[in-house]
Design a protein around this ligand. Structure first.
Ligand code: IVH
Length: 696
């Protein structure tokens, strides 16, 4: 089955036939969502399809299918069992933004006939499977899935495997606790290792894995899961909490009895007075999400007061006193197009998944990390597979698993390298992380040559041959080692005392290069000359760069949500090299931008912002006049010296397009775009005049 894009989901509902087809797709997807099949679509597409079906039903109330899944608990898809629930296990209605929450607040007020006074609780919405667990006299007797809400399946075979849901309690309490069972990220990884070892297909994501594990009664292995309670009801007519207990008090009683609750998660349970405060907590929880050890797909807001809950009442599918604030999907399905291998400084071969671009939580993801060859095999990844990709907040996207049901016929296993992708030499496969047999001698020479180059540390005379000699002699293991080389070592590598002395002089001079060049010399992926200048100008010092998290990194022009965490991670990994550089006396700051040589501010001794302050400049074509011969990198340097930012494509944020005359006489695509957006276009000559003081 095909994954629906947002547009497709909304456009399919053009008529009755399309509606019925959409119902079919919704049923199939919800069976997988609530059951244990492989999801034919990811949550975001599922939610969208469901919303479009709902919208159609609202617009055509007389034509709603009798058996439409939208009117049933769990969309009527969860396998119903034969155990009757004590009271119905309901679902939650959803909102997706602050306006939705406000609207829910208004409907609650209407139902109560007044402003709610008992406050609200805010807790995480765990992304697992709902169960009811019955304790009698402190013993866990039965675990039942939600099923259709009135009847569920007995899955007591998992008793003893669920953290947070002990078999015996320290108190002889009788009650039914309700909550969510899930695999934490760690448990999910372990579960997939165990499954791979048993030749079973890996789970596509933690939630599918949970549903499958609850229902599988005859597996030869047991998988640990975790439970967090979000409610409790009385059992056998034995009161569990005093009448009128608030939601927060019910959960406190559950925790007191020895069962883990949402209040005990790192996200916690918060009691607030108003929905505005609840919204604040929602935002805080959304920010915590990437760091949580388990998946959440939203935040649940509940009226805390028992009397207000009773007054608001229940619909057929959900209570009117609670609402789920859904957070954007952090897991999507996309296609694994390729796997590329890079050789790091230490010779480790690192695989990266190349993906069909997919939007996850506001950013386009095209690459994701994979760990090592063994992990690729454990996950049984094939080229062309539909894979689940997880990305939350600042973290680097990762491939979770393949959706086996959607594997194209004949899709080959991801090929593993047979030779080092950098030097073509042998691979050392002794450890899970494969390395080039040459170790750091593989990628290092190219990196050091790059670092010593004219636009970086500019160490005149230090070319390929001497760099290789220094590495072979063991004198250089990273770029920082260049700065502690003795004249003797340089003499030995270059074969002459004169050359050794000259190189030592050059290296000493290189210590005072500006931060932008020193940073660039580190060879952080995605930070070439221009980007390094922007990073250095933005942060000013190496310390500030090192302290930046992905969010701060994104403030640099041209660094988006996909690039930022990768840069942050690589900078962190380079800590020992950076410290060695600083220890050797290498400059770690960016000099101030030059001041405008004349004008009232200069006279007053203040820093002038430069003629391109706040301007974004894009350059296209071959420069002429005073700028003749300047390449892209040199032009970018001029722009930045004059206080501007160099951009690569014309957008509404572009201030100037410096556009050389096109040899064919036809306007370039950038010029057309600039005209369309009303961006000022300058000839190279006019631009040269503007920045004349900055052309050195
Ligand atoms: S309250 C009567 N609280 O989300 C109240 N549900 O999409 C019913 N869920 O069916 C549920 N975390 O399985 C509640 N903190 C939480 C939850 C939570 C996860 C699940 C639950 C529910 C589903 C609705």
């Amino acid at each position: 089955m095909k994954t629906l894009s947002a547009d497709e989901a909304l456009s399919v509902m053009s008529g009755r036939t399309a509606y019925e087809a959409a119902l079919g797709r919704l049923r199939e997807a919800s069976r997988a969502y609530y059951g244990d099949g492989d999801s034919p679509m990811d949550d975001a597409s599922y939610d969208l399809l469901r919303l479009s079906v709902l919208a159609w039903e609202q617009a055509h109330p007389d034509e709603v299918a009798q058996d439409s899944p939208t009117g049933l608990v769990a969309d009527g898809a969860a396998p119903a069992g034969d155990v009757a629930h004590t009271t119905q296990l309901l679902s939650l209605d959803n909102v997706f933004d602050p306006a939705g929450l406000t609207a829910w607040g208004a409907s609650l007020r209407r139902r109560l006939g007044q402003e709610p006074v008992g406050g609200f609780t805010v807790e995480p919405k765990m992304d697992g499977a709902a169960v009811a667990a019955r304790y009698r006299a402190g013993r866990l007797e039965r675990i039942i899935t939600r099923g259709n809400g009135t009847h569920g399946e007995d899955v007591s075979h998992v008793i003893g495997t669920i953290e947070g849901l002990p078999e015996t309690l320290p108190v002889p309490a009788t009650f039914e606790v309700r909550g969510e069972v899930l695999f934490t990220q760690q448990q999910f990884e372990t579960a997939n290792e165990v499954r791979a070892a048993h030749g079973a297909p890996v789970f596509a994501n933690p939630r599918n894995g949970t549903a499958g594990t609850l229902r599988a009664k005859d597996r030869p292995y047991r998988l640990a899961m975790t439970f967090w309670a979000y409610g409790a009801v009385e059992l056998d007519g034995v009161a569990f909490v005093p009448a009128g207990a608030t939601h927060a008090e019910v959960l406190a009683a559950v925790a007191e009895a020895g069962v883990q609750t949402t209040a005990g998660t790192p996200a916690g349970l918060h009691v607030v007075a108003t929905l505005a405060e609840a919204q604040q907590k929602v935002d805080e929880m959304a920010a915590l999400r990437p760091g949580l050890p388990f998946g959440i797909d939203g935040v649940v807001i509940k009226a805390n007061d028992a009397a207000e809950q009773a007054a608001a009442g229940f619909g057929s599918r959900f209570p009117h006193w609670a609402i789920a604030f859904k957070l954007p999907a952090v897991e999507r399905q996309t296609v694994l197009k390729d796997v590329v291998w890079e050789v790091g400084r230490t010779g480790v071969l690192a695989p990266t998944a190349i993906l069909e671009p997919v939007d996850i939580d506001g950013s386009t993801v095209t690459r994701a990390t994979l760990h090592n060859p063994a992990d690729i095999r454990r996950r049984d990844l094939h080229l062309g597979d539909t894979v689940t990709v997880y990305k939350a907040g600042d973290i680097i996207p990762r491939v979770q698993a393949a959706v086996i049901a959607r594997r194209p016929a004949g899709a080959p296993e991801v090929p593993l390298p047979t030779a080092c992708p950098n030097c073509g030499g042998e691979i050392n496969k002794e450890q899970e992380r494969w390395r080039c047999a040459k170790g750091s001698a593989c990628a290092l020479p190219a990196l050091i040559e790059y670092a010593a180059g004219r636009d970086m540390l500019d160490i005149d005379g230090l070319g390929k041959t001497y760099v290789r000699a220094l590495i072979e002699a063991g004198a250089v293991t990273d770029v920082a080692d260049l700065f502690t080389l003795t004249e003797e070592q340089l003499t030995a590598a270059s074969g002459s005392a004169k050359r050794g002395a000259k190189l030592a002089e050059q290296i000493a001079a290189a210590k005072s290069r500006p931060l932008s060049r020193v940073f660039c010399a580190l060879g952080v992926l995605g930070t070439g000359r221009s980007m390094s200048r922007r990073i250095a100008a933005h942060f000013g010092t190496m310390d500030a760069i090192r302290q930046a998290d992905a969010e701060a990194m994104q403030e640099v022009e041209g660094i988006g949500g996909e690039k930022a965490p990768v840069i942050v991670e690589r900078v962190a990994a380079l800590a020992p090299v950076i410290e060695k550089l600083a220890g050797a006396g290498v400059n770690m700051t960016e000099p101030q931008q030059p001041q405008q040589p004349s004008g009232p501010q200069a006279a007053a001794g203040e820093t002038a912002p430069g003629p391109l302050a706040d301007a974004t400049v894009v350059v296209t074509g071959k420069m002429s006049g005073p700028l003749e011969g300047l390449g892209r990198s040199e032009m970018n340097a001029v722009i930045e010296k004059a206080g501007g930012r160099a951009g690569s494509s014309v957008s509404s944020r572009t201030t100037y397009l410096v556009c050389a005359a096109s040899p064919s006489g036809k306007p370039s695509s950038k010029a057309l775009k600039a005209a369309e957006l009303g961006v000022t276009v300058l000839t190279p000559e006019a631009f040269a005049e503007l920045v004349t003081d900055y052309l050195t």
